[in-house]
Design a protein around this ligand. Structure first.
Ligand SMILES: Cc1ncc(COP(=O)(O)O)c(C=O)c1O
Length: 402
């Protein structure tokens, strides 16, 4: 196909994106897929030949490079090799897959668990397997794209309620016809804003209107609750969530996604969800790494305490410099910049002073609310965080953000 000769809607979309990318590259404002050469345990990274403080990591407990987790992964490679040759159902299930699912079920205080090859695939497959035509899915407006895509794929009626507003959720629940099945779904910690869902309000409404409740714990696993078990532990509401979804790619330094739930639900998903049946099993090294990571979290509770102390230091410091950090209470700290251009410029200034942050711009967040999506982890030391904050303050002042 000669692209030069085509002038249709597809070609225009392709051209628009290419023009935007090229424009940003020309202005030295392009930070997409910036390659890292070394990760240095999560607190520092080597990029473009320079070591920078890492403030864009999802590895909230600093487990990347943990010796026990690395050793478990290496032992799994020695024993099984690097792949499984296929899907779980067709000779792809290893003993460590079952062990990992038992570990997750234990950690999440659930009867059983199932794993998938990514968090994205988990949401897509689980929501669309549970829900279908004639059912209703009610989803927080700021939910992650994988939830939105899972809802759309399900074919169910898709209703979005205002972010974390229980009155609006109730209004939407009242609009569902009698007898229709309902699933209410939200991020436990919102991936761009860092605020925490009102679980008590949501549980009360799900009980009142007889709705299923699903939580995406991508950013709450290892972060919320005294032992890092997540949103139920944080609110002391054990057993209140029906479908506890999470990823193995953030606090857990591996890859994959999971759902923990009642045994009957997991049995259903194991036999009906297409991403489980038709996609390859998790590789042995990643499975073993994830399994060990859950154990390390329980053995090293200081990490959760340190994460909380670092989070408080970071949020309070940025706020007192005058930054708007929205309603975050967690390690995800949005640093509002306004326009896309300001967020890009702020990123450039910070990186020039060896503070690695990344911008999040529209359409990932509403226009005018572009930001740095800055994060701290248990791997950071307070002195490093103070340096990063001083760089951000200076850049914010120079760019007129604060
Ligand atoms: C809230 C949320 N859910 C799901 C996902 C998808 O997880 P994964 O990256 O493991 O595919 C992410 C990842 O960014 C996320 O932030």
């Amino acid at each position: 196909m000669d692209l030069k000769k085509i002038d249709d809607a597809v070609m225009r979309r392709i051209q628009m994106m290419n023009e935007r990318v090229n424009g940003l590259k020309e202005q030295d404002l392009y930070f997409y897929n910036q390659p890292m050469t070394e990760l240095h345990g999560g607190a520092k990274v080597l990029t473009n030949g320079r070591e920078m403080g890492m403030y864009a990591s999802y590895g909230y407990l600093g487990l990347l490079g943990h010796p026990r987790i690395g050793a478990a992964a290496k032992a799994a490679i020695d024993r099984y090799g690097t792949g499984t040759h296929g899907v779980r159902t067709l000779a792809g299930t290893l003993k460590i897959h079952n062990e990992l699912e038992e570990t997750i079920a234990d950690f999440k205080h659930a009867e059983a668990a199932i794993t998938y090859s990514s968090g994205y695939a988990t949401n897509l497959s689980v929501i669309s397997t549970l829900m279908g035509r004639g059912d209703y899915v009610l989803s927080d407006k700021l939910n992650h794209a994988s939830i939105v895509d899972g809802c759309l794929m399900s074919g169910a009626e898709f209703r979005r309620f205002r972010h974390n507003e229980m009155a609006d959720l109730e209004k939407r629940l009242q609009q569902v016809p009698n007898g229709a099945s309902k699933l209410v779904i939200a991020d436990a910690v919102f991936s761009m804003d860092g605020d925490i869902i009102d679980l008590p309000g949501m549980v009360a409404l799900c009980k009142k209107y007889n709705a299923w409740l699903m939580m995406d714990e991508a950013h709450s696993l290892g972060v919320l609750g005294k032992t890092g078990r997540g949103i139920e532990e944080y609110f002391d509401m054990e057993g209140s969530v029906d479908i506890k979804m999470g990823t193995l790619s953030k606090t857990i330094p591996s890859v994959g996604g999971y759902v923990a739930a009642k045994e009957e639900i997991i049995t259903y998903l194991r036999h009906a969800s297409r991403a489980y049946i038709f996609s390859a099993a998790l590789p042995p090294a990643q499975t073993a790494a994830a399994n060990e990571a859950f154990k390390v979290i329980l053995d090293e509770p200081w990490r959760i305490e340190k994460l909380q102390a670092n989070t408080d230091l970071f949020i309070n410091g940025l706020k007192s410099s005058g930054f708007d950090t929205l309603l975050t209470e967690t390690a995800i700290v949005p640093v509002l910049c306004g326009s896309d251009e300001r967020a890009f410029a702020m990123t450039r200034e910070c990186q020039h002073h060896d503070v690695f942050v990344l911008p999040v711009v529209s359409p990932a967040v509403p226009e005018g609310l572009s930001r740095l999506r800055a994060t701290v982890t248990a791997a950071h030391e307070p002195e490093d965080i103070k340096y990063a904050m001083s760089v951000m303050e200076k850049a914010g002042q120079e760019l007129g953000i604060i």
